[in-house]
Design a protein around this ligand. Structure first.
Ligand code: AMP
Ligand code: FE
Ligand code: FE
Ligand code: ZN
Length: 282
């Protein structure tokens, strides 16, 4: 069993990279990929924690991308520390997010809502700061009933406190990943919300850009949905990968390795991804 989709405190998960490694071992995983949003800062910590535990730590990240007619999440694996086209894109996205977050605090304050940057930083616990952290501070300060209320009335796209952030095109990011020696995988494909013919057209476009795999064994998908996706992945020759999308207590129904309980991603998914690693680095 392996798990190729896990978030830590380095983005929007509640558990540290070190603890995630322990959870993976307990679940019986032979490998776990850390896939925090927009960066690989947690990987070194996870690797240090994994010494002598018999679990391999795969360096990964997840990025929200634009693909006409909507958005999708792209997972990249074998992301090396240091320089590269993918690493530059990630840095640009993190920089833009930091600026967006400052504008978001100002916007909320303009609306007369109680929130400070320090509180948001504390809510993020040192990880990547995102709208959910703003939502949790608004709840804490009594300005929203719960997280969903904060989004519905303020933070959601089109809301009075919505401040957009930079977007990267999916095909651009796939090419950057490939040029950096990494492989790109489409995360939770149903999130695109596209029906078969349109979905297959988008998939072709992604494959043409160098997409290597598709997340078929996803924590929240049913066994039937997973099997259906494995079939879809077969035609364009994509590796059928999978993972839990563990976020700790922020998605309490999901566990490392087993997802909602019945997930069992085959080890072959990782060896197949490894065999598709681009040999030349830009
Ligand atoms: P950010 O990357 O900072 O824009 O935050 C994106 C995150 O906010 C997503 O991963 C979701 O967890 C959350 N989110 C976005 N839109 C909504 C919404 N309408 N309702 C609840 N949560 C949302
Ligand atoms: Fe997340
Ligand atoms: Fe995602
Ligand atoms: Zn995720």
């Amino acid at each position: 069993m392996i798990d190729l989709h896990v978030h830590s405190t380095c983005s929007d998960g509640s558990e540290t990279p070190e603890h995630i490694v322990e959870l993976a071992v307990t679940a019986g995983c032979t490998a776990v990929a850390l896939t925090d949003h927009d960066g690989v800062a947690g990987v070194a910590r996870a690797r240090a924690g994994a010494t002598n535990l018999g679990v391999a730590v795969v360096s990964g990240c997840e990025v929200s991308c634009v693909i006409s007619p909507g958005t999708m999440h792209l997972l990249s694996y074998f992301v090396e520390p240091g320089d590269g086209p993918l690493q530059s894109e990630l840095e640009r996205l993190r920089q833009d997010r930091a600026e967006r977050n400052e504008r978001l605090v100002a916007r909320l304050q303009d609306l007369g809502l109680p929130v400070s940057f320090e509180q948001v930083e504390a809510a993020a616990g040192g990880g990547v700061i995102g709208r959910p952290h703003f939502a949790s501070v608004l709840v804490e300060n009594g300005a929203a009933a719960d997280i969903q209320d904060a989004f519905d009335r303020l933070l959601a796209k089109g809301g009075p406190a919505y401040v957009p952030k930079a977007r990267v095109d999916a095909t651009t990011l796939i090419r950057a990943a490939t040029a950096s020696g990494a492989v790109a995988v489409l995360a939770h494909p149903f999130s695109l919300g596209l029906a078969a013919p349109e979905f297959e057209r988008v998939l072709d476009e992604l494959v043409a850009a160098g997409l290597t795999g598709m997340e078929c064994y996803y924590g929240r998908y049913s066994p039937e949905e997973r099997a259906g996706l494995v079939e879809v992945a077969r035609r364009p020759g994509l590796v059928a990968t999978g993972g839990s999308d563990f976020h700790g207590r922020f998605k309490p129904d999901l566990f490392v390795g087993t997802g909602t309980g019945d997930l069992d991603v085959p080890d072959a998914a990782l060896s197949e991804l490894e065999s598709r690693r681009p040999t030349t680095r830009a």
